[in-house]
Ligand binder design. Structure first.
Ligand SMILES: NC(=O)c1ccc[n+]([C@@H]2O[C@H](COP(=O)([O-])OP(=O)(O)OC[C@H]3O[C@@H](n4cnc5c(N)ncnc54)[C@H](OP(=O)(O)O)[C@@H]3O)[C@@H](O)[C@H]2O)c1
Length: 394
């Protein structure tokens, strides 16, 4: 099943418009793991004759925006041409000079960008600056794809909270481990490889103490792809049970480990973890105060979290309405056993009508397993915003 496109698109887009925007989005995605806390951006420049003149994508450490890279490639051929940018170009001075100036000075005649950048410093101003300089601007083309591509950034900027993606592997009967706690492995190799690619897309990975104690996991990104910042490994550990000899603690100097616990947690246990380089953070209200936990993670400029369970943590986040996206790998095995943990604990739904339904569901076979990904039903507020964002051509 393909994701549904709920944003209306103008029928006036040409085949070149669609082809170039698809390319700009594809280029933008190449920055995955290399741009946070900035957005992914790709740019394609087409000359007056409609031929490709330049392209580029943004990588945070290279200090050049996608537009600048594409304009440099295009040179004089940019004059009178069209720029396809996957996100509204910015018009303010930040780490880089304004991209709108670069586009105007290069003589670009038309800028096509699917969506506004919600960053208050940019939001609508980039388009306005271009129009004031006589550049035609067009928005709305492939808007849902563009929004999806930068969903973590968009959520973080709008809500000031990290985007939470719950990922679990379960059996046909919805179990994530056997009654003895053995969970290696529920899903097959392909699903596990895919899970590492998912880790690559996130700033942080999070588990509960139950999982940290049962599995003694490393929680590293083993996708083999380059990343700009190390994946921050987070454990919600109310009673500070994570041991100094756990794999997480023993590797804390190589990749950050952050443990959220209560104000009352044992000082000696905290000191042992700190000696290993683990950061122990005591939360007001303890690690069950999920909003405070997320706010603290956001303060560290970590925009996104891959939540890898176990069932109790998954239930707590779902009950609190704090899961933005969910992926379940379902394996064709039956574990059975009343005491074997289910994928989602917590309070759960009272009536079937209250069950969390996913929207924009994607189902992909992964070897013998299937991957089901979707978004917990939107709130009314989000619904209104998306429909208000309908395509406009100005
Ligand atoms: N198949 C999979 O995808 C998968 C993924 C992960 C884990 N697993 C398996 O799942 C099992 C562990 O799952 P689990 O449900 O027992 O443990 P869990 O969800 O990993 O951890 C739960 C524990 O975390 C602590 N905690 C801290 N903050 C919390 C909060 N905000 N909400 C809820 N709990 C919080 C609690 O400790 P206190 O009770 O001390 O307060 C709680 O008992 C293991 O067998 C593991 O192998 C499977």
């Amino acid at each position: 099943m393909q994701p549904t496109d709920s944003i209306t698109e103008s029928s006036e887009w040409s085949e070149t418009d669609r082809k170039c925007m698809r390319r700009a989005l594809e280029l933008a995605s190449r920055g995955s793991g290399l741009v946070s806390p900035s957005p992914l951006v790709g740019c394609v420049i087409v000359d007056l004759e409609g031929n490709l003149a330049g392209e580029g994508f943004y990588v945070y450490d290279k200090l050049k925006h996608a537009e600048t890279l594409a304009l440099e490639q295009a040179g004089e051929r940019a004059r009178g041409g069209t720029a396809y940018v996957s996100l509204e170009p910015h018009s303010h001075h930040s780490r880089t000079p304004p991209c709108t100036d670069a586009l105007i000075n290069a003589g670009i005649n038309r800028v096509v960008a699917p969506i506004e950048d919600p960053n208050p410093e940019v939001s609508g101003r980039g388009f306005a600056h271009l129009r004031e300089a006589g550049v035609e601007t067009a928005t709305g083309l492939m808007a849902s794809e563009a929004e999806r591509l930068n969903e973590k950034y968009m959520h973080f900027i709008r809500k000031n909270l990290p985007f939470v993606h719950l990922k679990l592997a379960c059996s046909l009967d919805g179990k994530i481990a056997t009654r003895t706690g053995d969970s290696r492995w529920v899903a097959g190799e392909e699903a596990r490889a895919r899970a590492h690619h998912l880790r690559h897309e996130y700033d942080a990975i999070m588990v509960g103490t139950g999982t940290a104690l049962a599995d003694n996991p490393l929680l590293t990104d083993r996708s083999g792809k380059e990343r700009r910042r190390p994946l921050v490994r987070i454990v919600l550990d109310e009673r500070l049970q994570l041991g100094p000899n756990s794999k997480l603690a023993l590797t804390a100097e190589e990749a950050p480990v952050l443990v959220f616990t209560s104000k009352e947690a044992d000082d000696a246990a905290a000191a042992k973890l700190s000696m290993r380089g683990v950061e122990v953070f005591r939360v007001d209200g303890g690690s069950r105060n999920l909003r405070a936990v997320l706010e603290e993670i956001g303060r560290r400029s970590l925009q996104s979290i891959l939540l890898e369970g176990g069932g109790k943590i998954a239930g707590a986040f779902l009950d609190a309405g704090l899961v933005n996206k969910a992926t379940f790998f379902i394996a064709p095995i039956i574990i059975g056993g009343l005491d074997a943990p289910s994928a989602v604990a917590g309070k759960g739904a009272e009536r079937m009508a209250d069950a969390i339904r996913l929207r924009d569901v994607e189902i992909i076979p992964r070897g013998q397993d299937i991957e089901v990904t979707g978004y917990p039903r939107r709130t009314d507020e989000e619904e209104t915003r998306r429909h208000g964002d309908a395509a406009t051509r100005r």
